[in-house]
Each structure stands twice: as structure tokens, then as C-alpha cells.
Design a protein around this ligand. Structure first.
Ligand code: DTR
Ligand code: CA
Ligand code: ZN
Ligand code: ZN
Length: 445
């Protein structure tokens, strides 16, 4: 039985005031739930990446460094030996490999590119890692870990004889430590027509740090969500990577307009107490105490982080390579199903959807499907906020409307708005008592 809410507060004058206030309600900035397009579910689930296989590659990288002056740095014999090791594995697994040479600091550098035969040649998903170390050590975490995780993912594709919709290309970069030299060389020398075929580049640079964190790059929202959803499915909290945006091989791709993303387990920053609480490890210590040091050897690895991040890499490759990645012609549904509590009689809250992959402006009949649970929907004011901040009123408050829930689809003429970007649903509960939450919402283009 609904409590009778016409108490002292709901006198006609009070109701009028509330209604007026609500009509003029300008939502204060409020908490918002991150949400984004739901990546196409992989038609086939990625296989588990065997940790033992990944560690076997690290053992090989360590042996190579030990046999070549203690490092695998650009221009040193240990780097070319690392390239030869990875290339031999890929050739044996059926990849089409290419060595791309470049010069840096007077020395010859090499990028190793490996194409998996098949898939749509006009839609290419790339995953990569830099293979070089600094001169001071073997570079097992930085970046043998990423190189081995990507290698084992590529070998898993071969073992599975996986035939994704998109074309898969893997890369191991040279001279990253000299300033992203190899990856810049690749992107700068990729013809524009080839570059436009890249649907995404996934970067893995340091994924086994001893005092590991679980960081996800916050660049392309669909790639980011793919990683976040994977870790969420394992109840592993993640954070946005902040130790240096643009400080690895995804940067040249991002600068060229390619959607990028990746994983990172931390380098020289210090793990906080809060991070140690959620991830384990040691607060007050850096994520990798051997970062760019001679002790970055096979004992400088957190097996759990290496395993989880390698599995996440495979999940992302499988997920983002299935489906053409384009919404069906003329159709595109983007949704956010994260619940967002609406403060009773309080500030507005928002739920966001990152729209990507669209061209041009939104349609004149943009469909906005909302599902808001609330015990007195008359309290609610609902707006659609476009990426540029323009608000479109979907629902005004109406104090007499005591029905439950707002579950409906609004049609908005959004033709003056650019389609791609972060759209927000903004909801404010303008009257005390009765509460609710945003259950889900979606945009259909
Ligand atoms: N520049 C990388 C290490 C590094 C520092 N910040 C980030 C952020 C994301 C990936 C990697 C990094 C190196 O030393 O190789
Ligand atoms: Ca695994
Ligand atoms: Zn480094
Ligand atoms: Zn690195």
C-alpha cells in the first residue's frame, strides 16, 4: 500500500513550489555511472592462455639477454636475437611475418609484423608490444611480459585455427625505449588507405609487474569496456591508467586516429594503501621496483598479473575481431545497464553512453529508451544531454503523477548533434520521499 504522501509537505502551495522548481531544475553536476557501447560479444570465447607458455617465452628472453651482454636493447645483438626467436615461433604457427627495418641512433632497428591469414582485409585489428629492453637489463617485465603475452595470444589463435571476421595483425616493436621509434616508424610509413582499415590497436607494455596494479587505458571506450567487462567478470577491480598517457606504442596509433586501448600493471609510481587493499601487494612501494634496472629479470614477475593480463589480451582479441564492428546498416544500438541511484529530492545524476563508429550527425528521430525504476514518477525530471552539453528535456516533473517507473522510448530530433561522443541521461528527483534508480537506457540510431 503506497504511503499517503500528501503530508504537510504536499500542500498545494508546496506542490506549486516544487513543480516550479522542478520545471526550472538545472541539474547540478552529479555522479555518473560509466557506461558505453556494449561490444559485440565474441562469437567464440577466447581460450585460456597457459601461464606456463608465457613464462617459457620469458625464460627464453632471459637466456637471450644473458648470452648477449645482459640486455635486449635496440641496436644490440640481444634485440635481434629476441626478434628471431619470436619470428620463428610465428612462422612455425602459420603466420605471414614481415621484418620492417628502420634506423635509430645509427643502429638498425626491427619491427616484427605478423599477419594471421584470413578475415576481412578492410577491417584489421592489431595487438602489439615493444620487444626491446633498456640497456641496463634483460627487460623481462618491461617488456618481455607484454611481448610474451601477445606472442602466446597469437599462438593461441593458431592452435584454435581461429577464423575471425576481421583480419588479425600482431606486432613487436623495436626501439620503444628510445621514444616509441619503431611504432612511430610503422604508423608513419603505413599508407593512409591501410591505416584507415585499422579498427583498433591494443597495446601491452608491462603486464606482469611484481607489485601489480590492474590498469586499463581510457582511450577508445569500446576497447576500454571490453577489458573492464573481462576483469569485472572475474571480480577484479581495475583503474584507469594514469602513469603516463601516451608513453607507449599506442600513442602513434592514437595520433593517427586509430582507436586504441591496452593494459598496464604499473611501473615507477607507488601503490597506495587503497590500491593494496583491492589488489594485494605492498602499499608505499612502486609497482615495479626493477623498472629500467638490471634486476628486471625472470624473478621480477607477478605470475597472477601476467596470467590475468594475458587472458584479458586474448579475450579482447577474440571479442574485438568478431563481427564487422559496424552497426547494421542504418542501425546502431548503444546501451548502459549500470544502475545509478537517484538521490531523493536531491541533485541530478547521470548515466553515460559513449557512442563510437558512427558518421556524421545523430538522426532527427533518435530513439532514447529509458528504464527508470521509481515509486512516484511524478518526482522525476529527465533530460538527454548530447556530447556538446546540449540538453533535451524528455520528461518534466508532475507532482500528481504517482505511478511507478518511467519505462518508455522518447524520440528526439538530435540532427544538430554529432553522433559520436559521450551522451548522458540526466535524472533528478525533485521531491522528498519515494526513491528510485536508473536501471538502464539505450540510444538507437
Ligand atoms: N614507457 C613505458 C613504461 C610506461 C610508463 N607509463 C606507461 C603507461 C602505459 C604503458 C607503459 C607505460 C616503458 O618504459 O616501456
Ligand atoms: Ca591463463
Ligand atoms: Zn621501459
Ligand atoms: Zn615498456
Amino acid at each position: 500500500m503506497r504511503p499517503n504522501r500528501f503530508t504537510l509537505r504536499r500542500t498545494p502551495a508546496a506542490v506549486a513550489a516544487v513543480a516550479l522548481t522542478a520545471a526550472l531544475a538545472v541539474a547540478a553536476p552529479a555522479a555518473q555511472a560509466a557506461g558505453t557501447a556494449t561490444p559485440a560479444a565474441a562469437a567464440v570465447a577466447a581460450p585460456d592462455i597457459p601461464l606456463a607458455n608465457v613464462k617459457a617465452h620469458l625464460t627464453q628472453f632471459q637466456s637471450i639477454a644473458t648470452a648477449n651482454g645482459g640486455n635486449r636493447a635496440h641496436g644490440r645483438p640481444g634485440y635481434k636475437a629476441s626478434v628471431d626467436y619470436v619470428k620463428a615461433k610465428l612462422d612455425a604457427a602459420g603466420y605471414t611475418t614481415t621484418l620492417q627495418q628502420f634506423t635509430s641512433g645509427g643502429a638498425t632497428g626491427y619491427n616484427l609484423i605478423a599477419d594471421w591469414p584470413g578475415g576481412d582485409p578492410d577491417k584489421v585489428l592489431m595487438a602489439g608490444a615493444h620487444l626491446d629492453s633498456v640497456t641496463s637489463g634483460a627487460g623481462i617485465n618491461d617488456n618481455g611480459s607484454g611481448s610474451a603475452g601477445v606472442l602466446e595470444t597469437a599462438l593461441a589463435v593458431s592452435r584454435a585455427q581461429y577464423q575471425p571476421d576481421k583480419h588479425l595483425r600482431f606486432a613487436w616493436w623495436g626501439a620503444e625505449e628510445l621514444g616509441l621509434v619503431g611504432s612511430r616508424h610503422y604508423v608513419n610509413n603505413l599508407p593512409a588507405a591501410e591505416r584507415s582499415k585499422l579498427t583498433g590497436y591494443l597495446n601491452f607494455d608491462m603486464i606482469g609487474s611484481p607489485n601489480a596494479g590492474y590498469f586499463v587505458y581510457d582511450d577508445d571506450p569500446v576497447i576500454e569496456q571490453t577489458f573492464k567487462s573481462y576483469f569485472a567478470s572475474l571480480s577484479i577491480p581495475t583503474e584507469i591508467e594514469t602513469e603516463g598517457d601516451g608513453r607507449s606504442d599506442h600513442a602513434p596509433f592514437k595520433s593517427a586516429g586509430v582507436p586504441v586501448g591496452g593494459l598496464f600493471s604499473g611501473a615507477g609510481y607507488t601503490k597506495t594503501a587503497a590500491q593494496a587493499q583491492k589488489w594485494g601487494g605492498t602499499a608505499g612501494q612502486t609497482f615495479d621496483r626493477c623498472y629500467h634496472s638490471s634486476c628486471d629479470n625472470t624473478s621480477n614477475i607477478n605470475d597472477t598479473a601476467l596470467d590475468r593480463n594475458s587472458d584479458a589480451a586474448a579475450h579482447a582479441v577474440w571479442t574485438l575481431s568478431s563481427g564487422t564492428g559496424e552497426p547494421p546498416t542504418g542501425e546502431g544500438v548503444f546501451s548502459n545497464t549500470t544502475d545509478v541511484a537517484i538521490p531523493d529530492g536531491g541533485a541530478a545524476v547521470t548515466s553515460s553512453i559513449a557512442v563510437t563508429g558512427r558518421t556524421g550527425n545523430a538522426p532527427a528521430a533518435l530513439q532514447v529508451g529509458v528504464d527508470i525504476k521509481h515509486t512516484w514518477r511524478g518526482d522525476l525530471v529527465v533530460d538527454l544531454v548530447a556530447p556538446d552539453g546540449t540538453a533535451y528535456r524528455l520528461k518534466n516533473s508532475s507532482s500528481g503523477d504517482s505511478a511507478d517507473n518511467v519505462v518508455t522510448t522518447y524520440t528526439v530530433n538530435a540532427s544538430s548533434e554529432v553522433a559520436n561522443g559521450a551522451w548522458k541521461l540526466r535524472v533528478q528527483d525533485t521531491a522528498q520521499q519515494d526513491t528510485g534508480y536508473i536501471d538502464s537506457w539505450k540510444l538507437t540510431f
